[in-house]
Design a protein around this ligand. Structure first.
Ligand code: ARG
Length: 465
C-alpha cells in the first residue's frame, strides 16, 4: 500500500481490475516531455519563491532531465500500477534523487498538472498541424497559378452550371484551409494559458509565482480561477471541432476527386502511387486515398462528440471522467496530421485532363447564362432574357450541338436583338474573362489572387525555420 502516493488512508490494496480500469498510463505516456518540462518550471519557481532551496531545485531539474533521457532511450517501462505519466515520472525521479524527489509535488496537484500537460502537448502539436495546413494551402496556391486559365465546368447540384477554371477551384480550397489556420491559431492562443497553481481545485497556501511558470513555459497568460483552471477543457473541445472542420474540408475535396477520377468524368487522374487495384477486376484503379480521407472524417467527428458528451454534465471541479479527454484528442491529432500530409502529396501529384473538362463544358450548355446576360445588356428584362436562353438550349439540345454552334438565323428567330457579336459572348474563354470582379474566376484574377494567397499565408502562419 505504501507503493501508492495516496496510499496513506487505505487499509486494503486496489483490486487489479480496478487498477487496469482506472490507469491512463497506456495513453498519457506520450505526454512525458510536457510533464517533465512542466515539472522543471515548477521546481525552478519553487526555489525562486523560497519554498525549495536552490540546491534542491537543481537536483530535481537535473534528475528530471535524466528521467527524460531514460524514457527517450526506452529504458523505463510503464506498468499499470503507476497509474499515469505524472506518477511514473515522479516515481523514477525519487528512485534516482532520493527523498527530495517527494518535494517536487509541493504546491501542486495532479489536477492542475494534467491540465497543464495537455495544454503544453496540444500547443506543441497544433504548431505542427499549422505547418501542415500551410503546406496544403501553398500547394493549392501553386496549382491555382499554373491552372489559372484551364477551363473546368463549375457545378451546382452536381449539374454543370457555368465555366470556371481548375485554378479558381483550387483557390476555393485555399480559402477553406486558410480559415482552418485562423481557427487553429485562435485555439492555440486560448490553449497557452497556465493552470498551474490551481492546485487540486482551491489554489495552494504557498507563495507561488504563477506568472513565472507561465513565462518559463512560453505561455501567454495564467488561468484566473482555480476551479476553472483544473476543470476547463474548452481548449480540447475547440481543437476537436477544428479537427472536424479540417476533415470536412478534406472530405469534400476527396469526394470531388473520387467523382472527377471516375470513368464517367475523367477530369483528373490520381497518380498510380495513390491508387490500388482490385484482386478480381484487372481493369480497376481505385481512389483509395481520397476514399479513406473521406471515411476518416467519421472518427474525427465521433471524437468531438465523445468529449462534448463527457463534459456536458460535469460538476466543478475535476472529475475522473475528464481522463477521457485524452484519447479522442490524440486520435484526432494523429488522424489530421496523417491526412493533411497525404493530402498535400495527393494534390501536388494530381494530373488534370483539360480536354475532358472542356468537352463537358460544351455538352453542358454552361454558356446559357452568358446568352441571357447578352440580351439583358442590350436592354431586355433579365427574366425575359432567361426564357429566350432556355429556348435556345432546347433548340441546341434537339440538334445535338453547342449553343455557339447554332446558326445566327436560328438565334435571331428567338430574338431580333441577337447580332453577329453573340458568338464572342458565347465563347467560354470570353465568358470566363468577363467575370472579373474580386472573387470571380477571370484568369487574370486567379493569377493575382494566387500571388496574394502566398503573401496572406506568410502573414497568417510563416514557414517554420
Ligand atoms: N490520470 C489523470 C487524468 O488523466 C490525472 C489526474 C488525476 N487526478 C486525480 N485526482 N485522480 O485525468
Amino acid at each position: 500500500m505504501a507503493e501508492k502516493p495516496w496510499g496513506g488512508r487505505f487499509r486494503e490494496e486496489t483490486l487489479k481490475i480496478v487498477e487496469v480500469f482506472t490507469a491512463s498510463i497506456g495513453f498519457d505516456k506520450r505526454m512525458y516531455r510536457q510533464d517533465i518540462r512542466g515539472s522543471m518550471a515548477h521546481a525552478k519557481m519553487l526555489a525562486a519563491v523560497g519554498v525549495l532551496t536552490a540546491q534542491e531545485a537543481q537536483t530535481l531539474v537535473e534528475g528530471l532531465a535524466e528521467v527524460e533521457k531514460e524514457i527517450e532511450r526506452g529504458e523505463i517501462d510503464f506498468p499499470v500500477s503507476v497509474e499515469d505519466i505524472h506518477m511514473a515520472v515522479e516515481k523514477r525521479l525519487t528512485e534516482k534523487v532520493g527523498p527530495v524527489g517527494g518535494k517536487l509535488h509541493t504546491g501542486r496537484s495532479r489536477n492542475d498538472q494534467v491540465a497543464l500537460d495537455l495544454r503544453l502537448y496540444l500547443a506543441d502539436e497544433m504548431k505542427e498541424v499549422l505547418d501542415l495546413l500551410r503546406g496544403l494551402c501553398e500547394t493549392f496556391a501553386v496549382r491555382a497559378f499554373r491552372e489559372a486559365d484551364t477551363l473546368l465546368p463549375g457545378y451546382t447540384h452536381l449539374q454543370r452550371a457555368q465555366p470556371v477554371t481548375f485554378g479558381h477551384h483550387w483557390l476555393a480550397y485555399f480559402e477553406m484551409f486558410s480559415r482552418d489556420i485562423e481557427r487553429m491559431k485562435d485555439t492555440l492562443g486560448r490553449t497557452r494559458r497556465s493552470p498551474l497553481g490551481s492546485g487540486a481545485l482551491a489554489g495552494t497556501p504557498y507563495p507561488l509565482d504563477r506568472e513565472m511558470v507561465a513565462r518559463e513555459l512560453g505561455f501567454d497568460a495564467i488561468m484566473r480561477n482555480s476551479l476553472d483552471g483544473v476543470s476547463d477543457r474548452d481548449f480540447a473541445l475547440e481543437f476537436l471541432f477544428n479537427a472536424s472542420v479540417i476533415m470536412t474540408h478534406l472530405s469534400r475535396l476527396s469526394e470531388e476527386l473520387v467523382i472527377w477520377s471516375s470513368q464517367e468524368f475523367r477530369f483528373v487522374t490520381l497518380s498510380d502511387g495513390f491508387c490500388t487495384g482490385s484482386s478480381i477486376m484487372p481493369q480497376k484503379k481505385n481512389p483509395d486515398v481520397p476514399e479513406l480521407l473521406r471515411g476518416k472524417t467519421g472518427r474525427v467527428n465521433g471524437n468531438l462528440l465523445a468529449l462534448l458528451t463527457t463534459m456536458k454534465a460535469l460538476s466543478l471541479a475535476y472529475n475522473k471522467d475528464m481522463q477521457e479527454d485524452k484519447e479522442p484528442v490524440f486520435d484526432s491529432l494523429d488522424t489530421i496530421k496523417g491526412s493533411l500530409a497525404i493530402a498535400i502529396e495527393m494534390v501536388r501529384s494530381l494530373k488534370i485532363n483539360p480536354e475532358r473538362a472542356k468537352m463537358a463544358l460544351k455538352e453542358g450548355f454552361v454558356n446559357a447564362t452568358d446568352l441571357a446576360d447578352y440580351l439583358a445588356k442590350k436592354g431586355m428584362p433579365f427574366r425575359h432574357a432567361h426564357e429566350i436562353a432556355g429556348k435556345a438550349v432546347a433548340l441546341a439540345e434537339e440538334k445535338k450541338v453547342g449553343l455557339e454552334e447554332l446558326p445566327l438565323a436560328e438565334l435571331r428567330g428567338l430574338s431580333q436583338m441577337i447580332g453577329e457579336d453573340i458568338f464572342e459572348a458565347l465563347s467560354m474563354t470570353k465568358s470566363l474573362s468577363s467575370r472579373k470582379a474580386t472573387g470571380g474566376p477571370a484568369p487574370e484574377n486567379v493569377i493575382a489572387e494566387s500571388e496574394l494567397a502566398m503573401k496572406r499565408l506568410d502573414e497568417l502562419w510563416p514557414r517554420s525555420k
